[in-house]
Design a protein around this ligand. Structure first.
Ligand code: HEM
Length: 393
């Protein structure tokens, strides 16, 4: 990692400090509320495709935190940004990696996406600077600190990539799993109601006289993380991550490095194999997360497995990485996913995961995604979520 990348990593960590997350949480709750309201479009029920609805919500969360928050209040512009983002992501693959400049349709689409993304972020940034308008995203902190526009744009795009790729599919499937099991849904609904009530009492708020959104906005980061009531939501997310993750962990090994006194360190040995100089070592988290010895029935969705002691350490649940470069976005990823899932439960009376004809999927039949498509986790069979509006609203 060079000095610029190290600085960008530090900036990313600063963008999602607990203080910032706590400041932003009520805004994220309002975004989730607005999104769900828009699905209903003044009706009592709605039928949604998660890719077309949940994914934009996570984009909205991410632009609010990283930048440019202007997109969070402009659905049309946000849709343009999202489209450009996916052009860059969906058109990467084997050939674009091996022969990056070979003229091919994928390359052109990727370039078009990258240029659009860059131009949009740059022009929104310039407009903000020129107009003197202020937003609460981290790009604003960088503007205030006098960073050049190029550095800020690079940060924003990097933040979008880091913040979105692993979070969208895993969060969307958390909703789908909860919608496929009435007992699990009842448990989660109860958990949300009880946890939110406790948060209101803890923070001296009058639960009965608040709207559902105001109640949701009372919950602080630490409450979402520590209240035992919310544990089941975390287990659902953890199990969705276990089933969905497809990334690889890559490390460069230059060969033995030297100690401070100049003596050579020992050569790296992994599982009895001496590692050569100048190689990349790749590790596949999905193999760890589907290890049948650790996870009996590794392809079945079973959030209670963690209560039985499965997947308790970084080494048998490696989804967030391990060692020096563990995911720095873990708290943000959990916060946004749990707020979204809690909103789906709080602002509806029923969620049902169905096929295109409204036929419900049981938990075992929820169509899992085609994992070959970068991070765009579309289900292998049509899947929709039917929502029934909360009658008390
Ligand atoms: C379900 C959601 C997520 C999962 C499963 C996940 C997983 C991971 C993993 C496995 C790594 C380690 C990569 C490696 O060792 O090479 C990582 C690193 C990282 N993640 Fe996440 N991530 C998620 C969400 C996020 C979010 C929302 C952000 C930020 C907004 C984020 C920011 C980062 C950063 C900056 C690193 C690099 C840390 C470093 O190199 O020191 N991640 N993530």
């Amino acid at each position: 990692m060079d000095a610029t990348e190290k600085r960008e990593m530090k900036d990313l960590a600063k963008a999602i400090t607990p203080r910032r997350l706590n400041n932003m949480a009520p805004r994220l709750a309002a975004d989730a509320y607005e999104a769900i309201e828009s699905y209903f479009n003044n009706s009592k029920s709605a039928s949604i495709d998660l890719q077309q609805t949940y994914y934009p919500l996570v984009f909205r969360f991410t632009v609010r935190i990283m930048g440019m928050a202007e997109y969070a209040s402009s659905p049309k512009e946000l849709a343009k940004l999202i489209n450009a983002f996916w052009l860059t992501q969906k058109n990467s693959g084997y050939w674009t990696t091996i022969l990056p400049w070979l003229p091919q349709p994928r390359l052109l689409k990727r370039l078009y996406g990258a240029v659009t993304l860059w131009t949009m972020v740059r022009s929104t940034l310039n407009k903000r600077i020129q107009s003197g308008n202020r937003e609460e995203d981290f790009a604003q902190d960088m503007i205030d600190q006098g960073h050049p526009a190029g550095t800020i744009s690079r940060f924003v795009i990097g933040g979008l990539i880091a913040g979105i790729l692993n979070t969208i599919g895993t969060g969307a499937y958390s909703v789908a799993f909860v919608g496929a099991d009435a007992a699990l849904q009842k448990q989660c609904r109860q958990a949300v109601n009880d946890g939110i009530r406790r948060a209101c009492e803890t923070h001296g708020e009058d639960f009965e006289n608040l709207t559902p959104l105001e109640r949701l906005q009372t919950v602080r980061l630490e409450d979402w993380e520590q209240f035992e009531e919310f544990e089941i939501l975390h287990l659902v997310f953890k199990e969705s991550i276990r089933l969905m993750l497809t990334n690889s962990l890559n490390r460069y090994y230059p060969g033995p490095t030297r100690n401070k006194d100049g003596s050579l360190r020992e050569r790296l040995v992994i599982e009895g194999h001496e590692i050569e100089d100048d190689v990349y070592i790749c590790f596949s988290p999905p193999s760890n997360l589907h290890d049948a010895k650790e996870y009996p029935n590794p392809f079945s969705f079973d959030p209670m497995r963690y209560k039985r002691g499965e997947g308790q350490t970084d080494y048998n649940f490696i989804a967030w990485g391990a060692g020096y470069h563990k995911c720095t976005g873990q708290r943000f990823a959990k916060l946004e996913t749990i707020i979204a899932l809690a909103s789906f439960l709080l602002f509806t009376d029923e969620l049902k995961t169905t096929d295109n004809n409204g036929e419900p999927y049981s938990l075992a039949r929820v169509p899992l995604p085609d994992l070959s498509q970068a991070h765009w986790r579309s289900p292998t069979k049509p899947m929709r979520i039917q929502l029934l509006r909360n009658h008390s609203k």
